[in-house]
Design a protein around this ligand. Structure first.
Ligand code: SF4
Length: 327
């Protein structure tokens, strides 16, 4: 008998996997990846190492453009940031259900805990997610199962309900002592896993969606880097370090405008949107000059549009003057 578990590499999902393995069920795990996931800090993939420790197969599934469309227009709204947690869970579990069908697995399970997260783990949300993912009766939450309706796997004896748990709420103590009991170590820290919950990033993303109404992979790459300034439909991005400067040079497209300092050290700038008029370009070049090294009041800037570079001059000013334009 086989089951499919969602494995983020955090404590809850790792425990859920262990509990199901301990019932003699063959577990295969899925990890959903997106550019908003901060779990794998320092290049370490917690899901992969946990799957190794637990001796199970792990398959990575990129969430792709479908998820970006959901972020732009979630049916069930956002959490504290721009995190569409209910739609995100529905999306992942739909995919997990398809995967389970394709490999003949009897059910899908997660490490969700009733009442742990305000948006997606209260009773009504868990019910809604189960229904809209098409997994009615086939979605097991082993950590809180005794507070939830019996699933098909429990009814038909594939899973022993008596050996499932009745954990609720936000406390970590019980979960951590279970991890000690099972010898589970090296799980991902629960804090800061999803960039969509980060206040600063969320406000930048919100600003982007208010202007553009949609989101693609290129937009996300840009939103994650640099200082951003908004001029109507136009966005100006300034690299904050060498890595970001090189990144902006690399992804610069013909429909964008690139700014580079001449004869001084300074950032790389990228204007996304139509070529700005003289007034806006004056402000942009002034912002740019204000972030360059040196003391002379003017800075020469190489500006490249449609593959044609030219030199313009930017006038330094107090950076605080541009605070209202920052997003
Ligand atoms: S926190 Fe992020 S990854 Fe987690 S459910 Fe919400 S949107 Fe999805």
């Amino acid at each position: 008998m086989k089951a499919i578990g969602l494995l983020s590499g955090g404590l809850d999902s790792s425990l859920a996997v262990k509990i199901i393995i301990d019932q003699g069920i063959d577990v295969e795990a899925l990890k959903f990846t997106s550019p908003f996931c901060n779990c794998d800090q320092g290049g370490h993939c917690f899901s992969a190492s946990m799957a190794d420790d637990l001796g199970i197969k792990l398959t990575n599934i990129p969430k792709g453009q479908e998820f970006l469309d959901i972020i732009a227009n979630p049916r069930h709204g956002y959490g504290s940031g721009m995190n569409p947690c209910i739609d995100c869970r529905i999306f992942m579990l739909k995919k997990a259900g398809e995967y389970a069908d394709a490999c003949g697995a009897a059910f899908v399970f997660t490490g969700e805990v009733l009442g742990q997260r305000p948006m997606s783990q209260h009773r009504d949300a868990l019910r809604l997610i189960e229904k809209e993912s098409g997994l009615q009766g086939k979605l097991l939450r082993p950590l809180s199962a005794k507070h939830l309706p019996e699933t098909e796997a429990e009814k038909n004896g594939v899973v022993d309900r008596k050996r499932l748990l009745s954990i609720t709420g936000r406390g970590r103590k019980e979960l951590m002592s279970l991890a000690d009991f099972y010898g589970i170590k090296g799980y991902a820290c629960p804090a800061g896993g999803c960039l969509l919950t980060d206040k600063h990033f969320a406000s930048r993303l919100k600003d982007h969606l208010a202007q553009k109404g949609s989101l693609n992979a290129h937009d996300v790459m840009l939103l994650k880097k640099g200082r951003h300034f908004r001029f109507g439909e136009l966005r100006f991005i300034l690299g904050r370090n060498e890595t970001e400067n090189n990144f902006l040079k690399k992804i610069f497209r013909k429909d964008q405008t690139l700014l580079e300092p001449v004869n001084v050290n300074g950032p790389t700038g990228l204007i996304c949107g139509n070529i700005p008029g003289r007034d806006v370009l004056d402000v942009i070049s002034s912002i740019f000059a204000s972030y360059c090294d040196g003391v002379s009041p003017d800075v020469d800037i190489r500006i490249t549009v449609n593959d044609t570079p030219k030199i313009i001059s930017g006038v330094r000013a107090e950076r605080s003057l541009f605070a209202d334009l920052a997003v």
